[in-house]
Design a protein around this ligand. Structure first.
Ligand code: HEM
Length: 436
């Protein structure tokens, strides 16, 4: 059984819809102040127990980077027991992540990617009033403390159309996790072993991830934050200039995503959108790909089939690369129909939650999003979020001849991000009190 009362609420619980969220990054300049901060935060963070409580959809989470654990004085032996990718940090992994050109860490928003980010506090709520109350509780933990400095903040909010900035419904597909009490969204997917998402439990390969001391890692998880700028005008222009009419535009968008903008999956309605299906959480993720081996309905290269090939024939095993996602949008909606960039920053704060940054997040990013070999499509990349530009292409299988979209522009630019560890509640207290 998962020890839900020791796992931070933000790990397992899908974010509310609609939502507002704030990310705050803190730097620890004084070790003892840092420990006191973590002790105070432990009293503000809620656990994943009682997910049915009406107040459980507002929460504050706390995660630390490798440099954050170091700033608290965690001994090197313990630090070394965390995963290699986490210890490197996201910026150092730019090559594997495809963060080249404009997405290169040199161009990231300061201080993202620097060694100054130590603690990341995230508050999520269905509305502003409750978010403000949660933020107030969080702020009280550090505001008056010397030796702790808030160095970055990102506010996020659901857009008025409740879609992500490109116009697609998101937050639909989530894995089922054994013992979490939170049902998955695809009735055809067997629940995944808890160890895929939480340290200290058996995973799909039979292994158990542990840290030294064990208590530090137990009931914790890795969290990857990534600020992804979306070129909405560019995306709209691309669709328009590669379609003859509005219907074709919508079909091309759906082929690139694998779902219509309403959220309805091509797997269940390949020819026309079905908005009622899009919002029906009982049906909108109830599908596999086995009946569509050639991708005539859902192209193998579409965003959702790449990032979760389900039971499709691929090189490898899809189940060991699953992830929990917590995307929240930032910036204003680009008004419908506008095709010129207004220079305003908008996009997605993407958050990955999982027990294995390398095998889950990095694998999906490098092998599935930025490569096509795993399903036999050579160097094709994800048409929506791949590090495209130049000769990148996307294939829409169809009869009698497939459609090749060549020279895809880059629609998503990385603005920064970090690899963090979100400890269990007992571990937070340990971090506040350990000797050394
Ligand atoms: C700006 C960037 C991104 C946008 C606009 C975006 C958009 C979407 C949308 C609209 C969906 C379908 C609805 C849903 O199931 O929630 C989706 C699904 C998904 N995305 Fe993304 N996404 C982005 C970045 C990423 C990244 C960086 C990853 C992983 C490294 C990722 C992994 C996934 C996964 C695993 C799914 C679920 C697939 C499934 O189970 O069907 N996404 N995304």
């Amino acid at each position: 059984m998962l020890e839900l009362d020791d796992i931070q609420s933000g790990v397992l619980r899908p974010r509310p819809a609609p939502y507002v969220a704030t990310y705050i990054a803190l730097r620890i300049d004084d070790r003892m102040a840092g420990r006191e901060l973590i002790g105070r935060v432990a009293n503000v963070v809620t656990s994943a127990a009682h997910p049915e409580s009406p107040l459980a959809d507002t929460w504050v989470s706390c995660a630390l980077t490798y440099h954050g654990l170091k700033a608290l004085g965690v001994p090197q032996l313990s630090l070394d027991s965390f995963s290699w990718e986490f210890r490197q940090g996201m910026a150092a992994r730019w090559k594997d992540l495809g963060d080249t050109g404009e997405s290169h860490p040199e161009n990231w928003e300061a201080p993202l990617g620097s060694n100054d980010i130590h603690v990341v506090i995230v508050a999520v709520s269905p509305n502003e009033v409750r978010l403000e109350a949660a933020l107030d509780r969080a702020r009280k933990t550090y505001q008056t403390m010397t030796g702790i400095k808030a160095i970055w903040r990102q506010d996020c909010h659901a857009l008025p159309n409740e879609k992500e900035p490109f116009g697609f419904r998101d937050g639909i597909s989530h894995p089922a996790i054994e013992g979490s009490g939170i049902p998955g969204t695809n009735p055809q997917e067997q629940p995944l072993k808890a160890g895929e998402f939480v340290l200290g439990y058996p995973d799909e390969l039979g292994g158990i991830q542990r840290t030294d001391p064990e208590l530090l890692g137990r009931n914790g998880t890795y969290v990857v934050f990534r600020k992804l700028h979306q070129r909405v005008a560019e995306f709209r222009k691309y669709l328009k200039s590669n379609s003859r009419d509005q219907n074709e535009e919508e079909l091309l968008a759906a082929k690139m995503m694998g779902r219509w903008r309403s959220g309805a999956p091509l797997a269940l309605c390949p020819f026309h959108d079905d908005p009622a299906l899009g919002i029906d959480s009982e049906r909108n993720n109830d599908f596999m790909f086995q009946d569509d081996p050639n991708g005539y309905k859902t192209p193998g290269g579409s965003h959702i089939r790449r990032t979760n090939p389900r039971d499709a024939e691929i090189a490898g095993v899809a189940r060991i690369h699953r992830m929990i996602r917590r995307g929240t949008a930032y910036g204003p909606l680009l008004p419908e129909g506008v095709l010129e960039d207004d220079g305003v920053d908008r996009g997605l704060m993407f958050a990955f939650v999982g027990a294995n940054i390398g095998r889950q997040f990095e694998f999906v990013q490098s092998e599935w999003i930025n490569d096509g070999v795993f399903f036999g499509a050579g160097e094709d990349k994800d048409p929506i979020i791949g590090s495209n530009g130049g000769p990148a292409s996307f294939t829409v299988p169809r009869k009698p001849v497939r459609r090749r979209c060549v020279g895809l522009p880059q629609f998503v630019v990385t603005r920064g991000g970090e690899y963090c560890f979100m400890p269990g509640l007992r571990a937070l207290r340990w971090l506040a009190e350990f000797e050394g």
